[in-house]
Design a protein around this ligand. Structure first.
Ligand code: HEC
Length: 120
């Protein structure tokens, strides 16, 4: 009896994790993509210009990047992929885009802090 309950809980947990990953995009995978240079062709990653997610406030519903208005996180992500990484834009319903935008939505617009270096 105990075993049956344990097994059902386990199955439920796996199912919940799986549906979350499919529906909402896998944040961990998105973070890996954000730090990877495979999205573009110029050896840069998102983290090259946004270390630790800096300068991105993923909670917004529209973005202005270099004077261009973008109406969604996906559009903003694709804009940076095209312009900054010289890569191919991702399809909006692709697992990569879902994962990347799920991660971008967790970012809260940390500004890059100026480092104070002693002796300078
Ligand atoms: C060559 C530098 C560069 C790279 C690489 C880059 N970006 Fe950007 N990104 C910018 C600049 C510049 C802006 C405009 C905002 C600013 O000036 O702080 C911006 C803005 C954004 C914004 C809007 C931020 C906001 O809060 O308005 C998002 C989202 C974004 N980038 C996502 C990405 C993602 C995802 C990647 C990787 C696919 C990426 N960027 C790679 C330079 C870059």
């Amino acid at each position: 009896m105990k075993r049956t309950i344990l097994v059902s809980i386990l199955i439920l947990a796996v199912f919940a994790a799986f549906s979350l990953a499919v529906a909402g995009g896998d944040v961990q995978r998105g973070k890996a993509l954000f730090n990877s240079t495979t999205l573009g062709t110029n050896g840069k990653s998102c983290a090259t210009c946004h270390p630790g997610g800096s300068r991105i406030n993923g909670k917004k519903s529209s973005f202005t990047i270099m004077g261009h208005k973008l109406g969604s996180v996906e559009d903003a992500v694709n804009f940076c992929i095209k312009m900054a990484l010289k890569g191919k834009p991702l399809k909006k319903d692709s697992p990569e885009m879902k994962a990347l935008s799920a991660y971008v939505k967790t970012l809260k617009g940390k500004k890059r802090r100026r480092r104070i270096i002693k002796g300078c």
